[in-house]
Design a protein around this ligand. Structure first.
Ligand SMILES: O=C(O)CC1=CCC(=O)O1
Length: 256
């Protein structure tokens, strides 16, 4: 599927693809754009299937389809190899690429993500919530996983914007991506990832806590490093933008 994307930064810079979480759109990466483009990278952020301005797929989708969308985007941009930075569902998409399309990668940064998250029943229930109660109900539940209580209290306007981001996501688009997460189990394939890999976890992330998720990935991917960022819940790149961005830039530079 052709995804909606925005490309910024020097046309001759190494390409960094930013792949987002379920219930988000490409604006979730706003804190990273200026630092990455100023560091000389061509930043390509996109909306996952059924999110933002990317069309809603006709049926539940798979991680292979989400990963295939990135490969197709790289083809369309005439980019052979890119750094891929993904958060949550975006990190799962990035791992799929690392396992199945290694020739397209320069490096991986896997933020607040998991190689196996809950299983089919959990995500079928989430899809059912989206369909039966609507996306405002999904946003009401997600916002407390995305950000710590302290950040929400200190940033009420931004909190409303992120709540709106999820509430405005089409229910069928969200449900389609729930199926991709429910059908995912990448654990056994992690040792096949050869790209230089940085894993970043939020110390306060209730959705993908470092212990059962980021650490599992970093332990299994050859040569991977784990960084745990304090005072960050699930959307750690927003809650602790400087720490996340500094870690990302440092990793991209080390992979040059
Ligand atoms: O449950 C959430 O909202 C957190 C999450 C899990 C996968 C993802 O992309 O976001």
């Amino acid at each position: 599927m052709k995804v909606n994307y925005v490309a910024e930064g020097p046309a001759d810079g190494e390409v960094v693809v930013l792949s987002g979480s379920i219930g988000s759109n490409l604006s979730m990466w706003a804190p990273q754009v200026a630092p990455l483009t100023e560091a000389g990278y061509r930043v390509v952020r996109y909306d996952q299937r059924g999110h933002g301005r990317t069309p809603v797929p006709p049926a539940p989708c798979s991680l292979a389809e989400l990963g295939g969308d990135v490969a197709e985007l790289l083809d369309d941009l005439d980019v052979r190899r890119a750094h891929v930075v993904g958060l949550s569902l975006g990190g799962m998409t990035a791992m799929w690429l690392g396992i199945n399309r290694p020739e397209r990668l320069r490096s991986l940064v896997l933020c607040c993500t998991s190689a196996m998250l809950g299983g089919p029943e959990t995500w079928a229930q989430r899809a059912e919530l989206a369909r039966s109660k609507g996306m405002t109900a999904v946003a009401d539940a997600s916002i407390g996983r995305w950000f710590t209580a302290g950040w929400l209290a200190a940033n009420p306007e931004a909190a409303r914007e992120y709540h709106h981001m999820t509430a405005a996501t089409p229910a069928e688009g969200y449900a389609a991506c729930c199926a991709a997460i429910g059908g995912m189990d990448l654990v056994a394939d992690l040792p096949r990832i050869a790209a230089p890999t940085l894993v970043i976890s939020g110390a306060d992330d209730p959705a993908t806590p470092p212990e059962g998720h980021g650490k599992v990935i970093a332990d299994a991917v050859p040569g991977a490093r784990l960084a745990i960022v304090e005072q960050a819940a699930h959307l750690g790149n927003v809650e602790q933008p400087k720490q996340f961005t500094d870690l990302i830039v440092e990793h991209l530079e080390s992979a040059r």
